[in-house]
Design a protein around this ligand. Structure first.
Ligand code: NDP
Length: 332
């Protein structure tokens, strides 16, 4: 039988396992012009939380009692589609949380296991790697010698932002949620300094100490109190790519923080939100650069791989508990 995961309730606040439902059906058969896909790797991402709300955003909300979708690497196990897609090929696409599914090939891209391990196409050579590279270079505009602070530093986007910052000659300070992650950032990813926001009694002061020359770029993955503490330390002409706000995704009311206008004004700072697809036309060049850095060991890839289809919802929930280092992926 084929397993499928549906969104059964719209979460209120932090999502729970009760918001998901498992069902089974017969494994479908590919007709003429169709391929049968077997799910191999499933990406779980913080932005899926937004799609669980019934509200308008840059992607439409998931429908209740329909399968959840995310980026998936799948193997073509049957092909009745002539030409491009052959049995045994691997593809990536925005697909349903199903063990097996039918596709007509639309929206799918082939990925080559001999070029790079399949899971990397969901992370460092995929959406999160592109987000880090393009958000930092297009909005952060780093120059050698400048100081970059990145929040959510030990995650999929954060680890890549920090490493690229170092490659471009910047000083990099990461903010993350455990002492183990602080050590990992400094030892494995060559961050100059890292701060545990959960144990820091005065985050503003800790950031100021870690950045004696102030902050030129703040790559914001989390928003909220952490970002308030960073913003009080920015330099004149600072650039602030607003990539994510995970600390606020489960809020049921809009939090009131400090008013930012005086800081942005007096520091002549630029704060710019972005969705990675804003830079769509730059994807090929960015992937080329990331691939070179990865092959030449200038970038280290880190993934947290969870085993088993049944564990997809829990892996998603664990993103909000900081249980991942690097890209969170479920292997089927
Ligand atoms: P991560 O791999 O960074 O996983 C999420 C991490 O967020 C957790 O490991 C945890 O780390 C941290 N976190 C969870 N809850 C909180 C909290 N309340 N306060 C502070 N940190 C928290 O995810 P991604 O790298 O995939 O994504 C990072 C951010 O970038 C997200 O906000 C995401 O929505 C955004 N994003 C935006 C894109 C765009 O196009 N703009 C594209 C891709 C991602 P810790 O242990 O450090 O707390």
């Amino acid at each position: 039988m084929n397993k499928i995961i549906l969104l059964s309730k719209r979460p209120v606040g932090k999502p729970t396992l009760g918001d998901f439902k498992f069902i089974t059906e017969e494994i479908p058969v590919a007709k003429d012009g169709e391929i049968l896909l077997k799910t191999i790797y499933v990406s779980v991402d913080p932005y899926l939380r937004g799609r669980m709300n019934d509200s308008k955003s840059y992607v439409p909300p998931f429908e209740l009692n329909k399968p959840i979708q995310s980026s998936i690497i799948a193997e073509i196990v049957e092909s009745n589609l002539s030409g491009f897609f052959r049995k045994g090929d691997f593809v990536i696409g925005n697909l349903d949380w199903k063990e097996y599914q039918i596709s007509n090939g639309k929206g799918l891209k082939k990925v080559d296991e001999s070029e790079s391990p399949l899971s990397t196409y969901l992370g460092i050579l995929g959406m999160t790697g592109l987000t880090a590279y393009l958000g930092l270079t297009e909005i952060g505009l780093p120059k050698a010698g400048e100081t970059i602070v990145v929040s959510g530093a030990a995650g999929a986007v954060g680890t890549v932002v920090g490493q690229i910052g170092k490659l471009l000659g910047c000083k990099v300070v990461g903010i993350t949620g455990s002492d183990e992650k602080v050590e990992l950032l400094k030892s494995k990813f060559r961050f100059d300094q890292a701060i545990n926001y959960k144990t820091s009694t005065d985050l503003k002061e800790a950031i100021s100490k870690a950045c004696p020359n102030g902050i030129d770029i703040y790559f914001d993955n989390v928003g909220g109190d952490i970002s308030d503490a960073v913003l009080s330390n920015i330099n004149k002409y600072a650039r602030l790519p607003v990539c994510g706000a995970i600390s606020l995704y489960n809020d049921t009311e809009i939090a009131l923080g400090p008013r930012l206008q005086p800081i942005i004004l007096t520091k002549s700072a630029t704060m710019r939100g972005f969705i990675v697809s804003d830079f769509y036309e730059k994807f090929p060049a960015a992937i080329k650069q990331l691939t070179i850095w990865l092959k030449e060991d200038h970038l280290t890839n880190t993934e947290t791989i969870i085993d088993g289809f049944n564990n997809i919802p829990q892996a998603f929930l664990d993103l909000f508990e900081g249980k991942n280092e690097g890209k969170m992926i479920v292997k089927i």
